[in-house]
Write a protein of this length. Structure first.
Length: 395
């Protein structure tokens, strides 16, 4: 009786890293390996890439100077264009060029006043809109400039008027604030400000916290006890209150706010790094390195630091998200950056005063951007926290 030997072919296990595929395809395969965490990380990364591009291209994509008074006060999103109203059957003025030969009436606090100045028209300002409409009705002015969104209501009340032109002047996509500054431009430049302060503060705090954590955990002894006591004292103090105290003491300024924020996150890096160093330095490969004559500095740099780096990356991302909220809070309280630097927290603080008057966009838009950027860093940090942990391969 003969037996036939069956060759067993080992099941081919898909690998995540393949030298034959490109970087983007390798990243795309990560969704199979990591699952939900991959989507969370990618979403957070996409948000941050978008915000980073905005900060880098701010001078090119911002339509106006963020500190310049470019329009009327409280122009709602999408507003700003002016319509030309004349008495019915008179002065068929329909363009900016034809306005040069007319005596124009404008509302002092509206965008028509800005347009008349820019076009160098012969115009008269009126404090109230009723005065402006009466001036046209009585022939005091030849034409008037009025917001396009108000023309329908005005024409219903004044049947003797007609609209002969529209689209005059600038249009503000996200409106203007109480000083006539373009909100879109302030959001774009504010992204550079808040992201720069938050990232710089996280770099400062991580550099100091990681260095002290490595030294404290590796050397131990009296130095470890002293550093631990100091860091625990800082950690026990409410972070926002400590930042407020430091910001009030240092005064306004980008560097001062960065220092005030970075101090409150040093203990976070210190505690995490120190705890991991205490565990790692007892491993056998560390003892083997010592027996081979490796110096302490070499052990820290080549064997311990690379093993704590994944946790540091996660904490860094989460701390940037928290630093954004802290910086916005300081600016909201008036302890942040100087008024001439566009800042979302400062805009939220000023916009709050006019919310009851119905000017919702002044507080909603910068508040949304603060939330979006903080969410991006939080999603990235949470996703990396899961992806960098050891786990079984998903076949």
């Amino acid at each position: 009786m003969t037996s036939t030997a069956t060759e067993l072919t080992p099941k081919e296990i898909p690998t995540f890293i393949d030298d034959d595929i490109g970087l983007f395809r390798r990243i795309w395969r990560g969704r199979i390996w990591y699952g939900t965490e991959w989507y969370i990380t990618v979403l957070g990364g996409l948000i941050l890439v978008l915000i980073t591009l905005i900060t880098l291209l701010a001078p090119q994509i911002a339509p106006f100077d963020p500190n310049k008074f470019v329009g009327g006060q409280f122009i709602p999103p999408g507003g700003g264009h002016q319509a030309i109203l004349v008495r019915a059957g008179e002065n068929p003025v329909s363009s900016e060029a034809e306005l040069l030969d007319q005596h124009v009436g404008v509302h002092r606090n509206k965008n028509g006043n800005i347009v008349a100045n820019e076009l160098e028209l012969d115009f008269t300002r009126f404090q109230l809109q009723d005065q402006l409409l009466d001036a046209l009705n009585t022939g005091e002015v030849d034409v008037i400039l009025i917001d396009e969104r108000e023309t329908e209501e005005v024409l219903l009340d004044y049947a003797s008027f007609e609209m002969t032109g529209s689209g005059i002047g600038q249009r503000f996509l996200l409106g203007t604030d109480h000083l006539g500054r373009d909100i879109l431009s302030r959001l774009i430049w504010g992204a550079r400000t808040i992201l720069g302060v938050a990232t710089l503060s996280a770099i400062f705090s991580s550099t100091i916290g990681i260095s002290l954590g490595l030294v404290s955990g590796f050397i131990s002894g009296p130095i470890d006890r002293i550093l631990t006591l100091i860091m625990d004292s800082l950690y026990a103090f409410p972070g926002l209150l400590l930042a407020i105290a430091l910001a009030a003491m240092l005064g306004p300024g980008v560097l001062n706010v960065t220092i005030a924020i970075s101090v409150i996150y040093i203990p976070t890096f210190f505690r995490i790094v120190r705890g991991q160093v205490l565990s790692i330095k007892e491993q056998l490969y560390i003892e083997a390195a010592r027996s081979l004559g490796a110096k302490s500095r070499e052990i820290l740099a080549r064997y311990i630091f690379p093993n704590v780096l994944p946790s540091v990356v996660v904490v860094f991302s989460l701390n940037v998200a928290d630093a954004i909220l802290t910086e916005a809070g300081l600016s909201f309280l008036g302890l942040g950056l100087p008024p001439d630097i566009p800042d979302w927290g400062f805009d939220v603080s000023k916009g709050r005063q006019f919310l009851v008057a119905g000017h919702w966009w002044m507080i909603t838009l910068p508040g949304f951007m603060i939330t979006l950027v903080a969410l991006g860093f939080s999603l990235l940090g949470e996703g990396l926290s899961e992806m960098l942990n050891p786990r079984l391969v998903k076949n």
